[in-house]
Write a protein that binds this ligand. Structure first.
Ligand SMILES: [Zn+2]
Length: 410
């Protein structure tokens, strides 16, 4: 099968990384499903040598990846809530938003961000395809349209609610199979002079931090400013600023506006990020060529640590039943003999089993009961927050472990 770029239809002939096969990373198993087979899908990422969009080569329909069981509730992370509140405060001040403005957030999840817009008396609307999180948002007073966003929905929302002064899309761009239809929806719904912001993990950080575990089927794209600016331009949006953020191991926040409206001057942040990516060689095949070996080095060191720990009679558990962890565990072939349980705060995941590795997910109390020698922190981007929360592990001499960018025991 010839694979073509989802943006520009160019033939994809350069591999970025091949992680073998894995089940969809959010397909947690119930106990009664343990005797059923799972679908393992190839997990291979290619780069287009024309538009430089880094993209998964194989994917299934989004309906099967984001069903009502989809377990991630943004409000579980305190640091992410603080990030959302600070964003709302800054944007309201910078763009003078008030009771006559309208804010629309795409992938509004459980209302983690729009609750701060509601609190300021600014009209808002969330768009969220996942029923469980949409219901949680409504409990916070956030109105939600339950749908996937694209140009059709944008036209409907424009007719029903009028144009948006601020549109927010945090950590959703990478999850969108059809970036062109998605971004053209912003050009339709945005007011002339309105602002859209997109936050996504930065491709430069992914490569520098060997963050191959951020790769999973629900992530169709791994984005640089180079690719995003080009795809925005093809869909009626002009990028005018970029900020670098520490979230998710290094993210970009891209500011865009309608290309056919009054245009803002291009900000210094945009020039700086363009030159950073040019210097790194994002628009050259060689930038992508060494990543497979980097991913394998992380995997090999992690596996060696687990095998040594088992041989030495040490007890290991993991913290954070999130997508990242599943990519690492399945790429490394880890099973419950090496990590007998993973702790997660989200009650919806407790009592279930991780996809693929089938490691049981349990409540945090289990750590104090079992007193493990090592706690592997799977969401390394929250390592300080989690190590602080689990500081009691040190009472019995327990230590923490992270796998990327290199194995660390601390
Ligand atoms: Zn392309």
């Amino acid at each position: 099968m010839k694979e073509t770029c989802r943006h520009c239809a160019n033939t994809l002939s350069h591999r970025f990384v091949d992680l073998g096969a894995a089940p969809p990373s959010n397909a947690y198993r119930n106990p009664e499903q343990l005797s059923d087979p799972e679908s393992w899908l190839p997990l291979r990422v290619m780069v287009c040598d024309r538009c430089w969009l880094v993209q998964t080569a194989d994917f299934t329909a989004p309906e099967s990846l984001f069903d009502a069981e989809y377990g991630y509730f943004s409000s579980v992370s305190r640091s992410w809530l603080a990030h959302a509140e600070a964003y709302v405060e800054t944007m309201v001040a910078r763009y003078g938003l008030g009771p006559s403005s309208r804010v629309v957030e795409i992938a509004s999840n459980d209302g983690y961000l729009l609750q701060y817009v509601v609190a300021r008396g600014i009209p808002c609307l969330g768009v969220e395809p996942t029923a469980g999180t949409a219901a949680a948002a409504r409990l916070k007073g956030v109105p939600v349209v339950e749908a996937f966003f694209g140009s059709d929905l944008a036209r409907r929302l424009l007719a029903e609610y009028g144009p948006a002064d601020l549109m927010v899309a945090n950590n959703v761009l990478a999850h969108v199979p059809d970036l062109d239809d998605f971004l053209s929806g912003f050009a339709i719904l945005l007011a002339r002079g309105g602002v859209a912001t997109f936050e996504f993990p930065s491709l430069l950080s992914l490569v520098a931090g060997r963050q191959f575990d951020t790769i999973y089927h629900e992530h169709y794209s791994y984005l640089s400013l180079t690719a995003v600016e080009r795809i925005c331009a093809a869909n009626g949006l002009a990028v005018f600023d970029v900020e670098n953020l520490p979230t998710h191991g290094g993210s970009l926040r891209v500011f865009a506006e309608r290309a056919d409206g009054p245009r803002r001057a291009e900000a210094d942040g945009l020039f700086e990020q363009r030159s950073r990516e040019a210097k790194a060689g994002v628009a050259s095949v060689s930038f992508y060529a060494g990543f497979q070996a980097e991913a394998e080095a992380v995997k090999d060191d992690f596996l060696r640590f687990l095998l040594d720990a088992k041989r030495d009679g040490k007890r290991v558990c993991a913290y954070g039943a999130a997508a990242k962890g599943n990519t690492l565990l399945n790429f490394a072939g880890v099973r419950p003999d090496l990590i007998p349980f993973v702790v997660d705060r989200s009650p919806g995941k407790q009592g279930k089993f991780l996809p693929g590795s089938r490691i049981p997910v349990v409540a945090e109390e289990r750590i104090a009961e079992e007193r493990p020698d090592y706690v592997v922190i799977l969401p390394w981007n929250l390592r300080n927050e989690i190590a602080g929360q689990l500081a009691y592990v040190r009472d019995w001499g327990g230590r923490f472990v992270t796998a990327a960018p290199r194995l660390e025991v601390f």
